[in-house]
Design a protein around this ligand. Structure first.
Ligand code: SAH
Length: 245
């Protein structure tokens, strides 16, 4: 082992189990990143996590152009799960949707759910690409957990089958300027945050959400925020009031 590299800066998400002396074969893209882009070689250390087993220090055993193998040494951080909060958002333009997924992963969302509302601008998403953004965000922010990005779901269907124990923080732009509205809840309940598209919610959607017993309509301050800003602001508000901040 190369002792000058005991604090690796490179963090890699892998699918394989991690544990003492566990070997981890690399996929082609991972080998390319570690050995060609970052110029690592045998003896160098990287930090690995898989979303289940915490973070592990692993040593490069073999390094090829398209393949390689690492071996785990010791756990360097325990597994940490985010609070049970989902982010539901209506996809917008590609770059802004990417931003929302990246920020939601950094801000500790447990699950990221793109929803199609009446005024949603985009009818398709690339789930695999969005999931890759969530993985990169987790690698970068020191997290040991990667939120799942689901397929695009219709808001009305999602509400039809809403889990009976999950509260919903409905970010309602018509409440701009009112009080935030998250007081009076205890920590520990499962929640979801709902952010609308650039066109906001329809009257029918608003009426349904206002009438839902598990939903709480909240304001995100006196200004109307763009959907990507609103997603970060809402997660900040929720994490401060009810999450792990
Ligand atoms: N076109 C709408 C604004 C949509 S903003 C209008 O002009 O009224 C996009 C989403 O961000 C909204 O649907 C809401 O979920 C959230 N949002 C933005 N600003 C907000 C605020 N001040 N309070 C609550 N939600 C807000």
């Amino acid at each position: 082992m190369n002792d000058t590299r005991l604090a690796p800066k490179i963090r890699l998400h892998v699918a394989q189990p991690l544990g003492p002396a566990q070997t981890v074969p690399l996929e082609r893209e991972q080998a390319n990143y570690l050995f060609n882009v970052m110029r690592l070689g045998p003896g160098d250390l990287v930090a690995l996590f898989n979303g289940r087993d915490g973070e592990w220090l692993a040593e490069v055993i073999t390094a090829g152009k398209r393949a390689g193998e690492l071996r785990c040494h010791a756990q360097s951080a325990p597994q940490r799960m985010p609070p049970d909060v989902w982010l539901l958002f209506a996809p917008i333009k590609k770059a802004r949707t990417d931003f929302i997924v990246e920020k939601a992963a950094e801000m500790g969302a447990a699950r990221i759910v793109p929803v199609q509302t009446e005024f949603t601008n985009s009818e398709r998403i690339r789930r695999d690409r969005l999931q890759a953004h969530a993985v990169e965000a987790a690698e970068q922010c020191g997290g040991t957990y990667v939120p799942e990005v689901t397929d695009l779901l219709r808001l009305d269907r999602l509400l039809d089958q809403w889990p009976e124990d999950r509260r919903l923080m409905f970010c309602d732009e018509t409440l701009a300027g009112g009080a935030a509205g998250l007081s009076g809840f205890a920590r520990g309940d499962p929640w979801a945050i709902l952010i609308g598209p650039e066109g906001g919610f329809s009257e029918a959607e608003r009426a349904r959400l206002r009438g839902a017993s598990l939903a709480r309509a909240v304001s995100l301050g006196p200004r109307i925020l763009r959907a990507d800003t609103a997603a970060v602001a809402a997660l900040t508000l929720w994490q401060t009031a009810l999450g792990d901040w």
